[in-house]
Design a protein around this ligand. Sequence first.
Ligand code: NAG
Ligand code: NAG
Ligand code: NAG
Ligand code: NAG
Ligand code: NAG
Ligand code: NAG
Length: 323
Amino acid sequence: CSAVMRRIMKTDFLLFALFLSVITNAVFFYIYLRRPHVFYPVQTEENRLCVYFRGGLGNHMFQYASTYGIARARNMTVGITPASELFNTFNISSQFLMGKQFCDTAEKVVERKPCAYDKGSVHFIRKEKVNYIHKSYLQSWKYFEDVEDEVREQFVFMGDVQDKAHELIKSLTKPFASKNLTIIAVHIRRGDYKNERNVKYGYNLATGEYLSRAFKYFRDRYDPIVFIVFTNPNVEDLKWCKYHVNGSDVVFAPENPREVDMCAISMCNHTIMTVGSFGWWGSFLAKGTTIYFSDVAQNNSNLRKDFSFDMSDYFYPGWIGLR
Ligand SMILES: *[C@@H]1O[C@H](CO)[C@@H](O)[C@H](O)[C@H]1NC(C)=O
Ligand SMILES: *[C@@H]1O[C@H](CO)[C@@H](O)[C@H](O)[C@H]1NC(C)=O
Ligand SMILES: *[C@@H]1O[C@H](CO)[C@@H](O)[C@H](O)[C@H]1NC(C)=O
Ligand SMILES: *[C@@H]1O[C@H](CO)[C@@H](O)[C@H](O)[C@H]1NC(C)=O
Ligand SMILES: *[C@@H]1O[C@H](CO)[C@@H](O)[C@H](O)[C@H]1NC(C)=O
Ligand SMILES: CC(=O)N[C@H]1CO[C@H](CO)[C@@H](O)[C@@H]1O
C-alpha cells in the first residue's frame, strides 16, 4: 500500500513541477511582451526622440516630419519603430529604425495644442542619455521649417506607388489629351467629419459654395484644365460631390489605396483641399498653388482652441484661404 502511495506522490510531484515551469514561462513571456526592456539594456541607444504614430497617413506624416524637425533642433536622433504605414508609402531611410523596447521605455513629452506651434514642445527640459517620445499630433509646418528639404527628400513615394499614381492620372486625363493641360487635384473629405462627435467638437465641412469659388479661381487662370476629384468612396459622399462639383472639366478618381491617392495628388499641378491632414500633405507635396477651406473650425469651439489665433501655424505660407 505504501509503495502505491509513494508512486502517486511522485507522479503528483512531477505534474506539479511541470505546472510550475509552465506558469513561470508564461509569466516571463508575458513580461517580455509587455515590458521588453526588462530583458534589454536601455543605455545602448541614447538621445533618441521617438515618433508616436496614431491616426491616418496624414497624421503620421505630421508626427514624423515634426518629430524629425524637433530632434534636429535638439541635437537628438529621431527614433522610429516600424509600426507605421509610412514605411510602405515612402522610401524612408532605415537608419532611424530601432527596437520597440527603446521607445516603450522613453520618457513622455506632450504638446499643448495639436494644430499650433508651441515652443515648449521643442525646448522641453531634456536630460542627457535619456530617450524621449513625443506623444503629440504636432500639426504645424513650423516644427520642420528649418529642415523642410530633408523632410521632402524623405517623403519620396515608393517606386510601385509612383507607377500606380502615374497610371491613374494618365488614364483619367486621357480624354483631355492636349498640350499644356493644367491638372488640379481636388481632395474632398467628408465621411468621418460628419459624425456628431466631430461636429460637436467644432469641425465644419467644406461647402458647395466654397468649392465653386475654388474651381472658379483655377478656371479663371488656366486653360485647358482638368479637375480630378478624390473623395471617400461611400455612396453618400459621392452623391454630395457629384451634386456640388460639376462640369465637363471634372473627373472622379476611382477607389485606390490611400498612398496611391496621395501620390497622385502630389503629382498634380495645383490642389484644392477641404479639411484634414491628408489633403494638407498632398498639397504640400504637390508644391503648386493650394486653395484651402479657411472656415474649418466653428468659432469658440474646442477645435478652434487647438489652433493658433489666426491658424497660420497650421496652414502653409502662401496657400490661399477661401470660404
Ligand atoms: C550633439 O550630439 C553629439 C553626439 O551625441 C555631440 O558629440 C555634440 O557635442 C552635440 N552637439 C551639441 C551642440 O550639443
Ligand atoms: C529606395 O531608395 C534607394 C536609394 O535612393 C533606392 O536604391 C531603392 O531602390 C528605393 N526603393 C524603392 C522600393 O523605391
Ligand atoms: C502653358 O501653361 C502655362 C500655365 O498656364 C502658361 O504659363 C504657358 O504660357 C502655357 N504654354 C503654352 C505654350 O501655351
Ligand atoms: C503640370 O505638371 C506636370 C508634372 O509636374 C508638368 O510636366 C507640366 O508642365 C505641368 N503643366 C502645367 C500647365 O504647368
Ligand atoms: C468667426 O470669426 C471670424 C474671425 O473672428 C469671423 O470673420 C467670422 O465671421 C466668424 N464666423 C461666424 C459664423 O460667426
Ligand atoms: C463646383 C461647381 O462648379 N459647382 C456648380 C455645380 O452646378 C451648380 C448648378 O448649376 C452650380 O450652382 C455650382 O456652382
